[in-house]
Write a protein that binds this ligand. Structure first.
Ligand code: PGA
Length: 261
């Protein structure tokens, strides 16, 4: 029964990227808290700039909204200038951490070998859920390599990771060509990609662990209008939202729509 509930729970994660400073984050977090008071239809999380994590954690106390970070480093501590460890994120009040976002892969040349080390460090805390981003570029899509790319990214990111107990791992399918464009992928295409991901996870972890511990969410230009097409798709456990999450009202509409049964 518990698994049934867990499986049907939807995740709606706001990625505020580097769009807001401390004061703006604080004010948006307050708006979110108000807007989502009493919302119990799914798991809502916000991922602000690292600068605002602790203040946001304070604001979110007493609400159901969880806190997430946008990145982590794989070592525990030491001489790693500019980096933040998984334990430090836990201490700041985080429950989630986005890993391997395509913007980091593009601008900071992050690769799946590094993402793998980050996932390992995050899972070892037993207190954080990684939101692992995968997705094909436009070129890869055009040359019909999407399926291969998705499976390859998953293998590189997750092979050899031990998944125990209640540990959750969220895979965010984010076709790079749909992010920040205003046009989401066709829902049927997302459903197809999620099926590929599901099958690849079955191969890597077996069906039992996959069903219990893994979730698959979609990200890329979701807004209150197009979200309707993503409701009740197979293997669609939620959404990672960028642009539209910068307005409490828009994000609330998205959360309400995707959690409609
Ligand atoms: P977008 O961003 O909703 O603005 O396309 C999604 C993401 O990058 O996670």
């Amino acid at each position: 029964m518990e698994h049934y509930f867990m499986k049907t729970k939807k995740y709606i994660i706001a990625n505020w990227k580097m769009n807001l400073g401390l004061a703006q984050t604080v004010s948006l977090a307050k708006e979110f808290k108000k807007k989502f008071a009493g919302f119990n239809r799914g798991e809502v999380a916000v991922c602000p700039t690292v600068l605002a994590l602790t203040e946001t954690a304070e604001i979110l106390k007493g609400s159901g909204i969880k806190l997430g970070a946008q990145n982590v480093f794989w070592e525990d501590k030491g001489a790693y200038t500019g980096e933040i460890s998984a334990d430090m994120l836990v201490e700041a009040g985080c429950r989630y951490v986005i890993l391997g976002h395509s913007e980091r892969r593009k601008h900071l040349f992050e690769n799946y070998e590094e993402i793998h080390k980050k996932i390992r460090a995050v899972v070892e805390t037993e207190k954080l859920t990684p939101v692992v981003c995968i997705g094909e570029s436009l070129e890869e899509k055009k040359s019909d390599r999407r399926d291969f790319v998705l499976v390859d990214q998953l293998q590189q990111a997750l092979s050899g990771i031990d998944v125990f107990g209640e540990q959750e791992i969220i895979i965010a399918y984010e076709p790079i060509w749909a992010i920040g464009t205003g046009t989401a992928i066709e829902p049927a295409e997302a459903e197809y990609a999620h099926k590929i991901i599901k099958l690849a996870l079955n191969d890597l972890f077996g069906m039992r662990v996959n069903n219990k511990n893994f979730r698959i969410i979609y990200g890329g230009s979701i807004n209150p209008k197009n979200v309707k097409g993503f409701v009740n798709l197979e293997n669609m456990d939620g959404l990672l939202v960028g642009g539209a999450s910068l307005q409490a009202d828009e994000f609330y509409k998205i959360a309400k729509a995707i959690t409609k049964q």
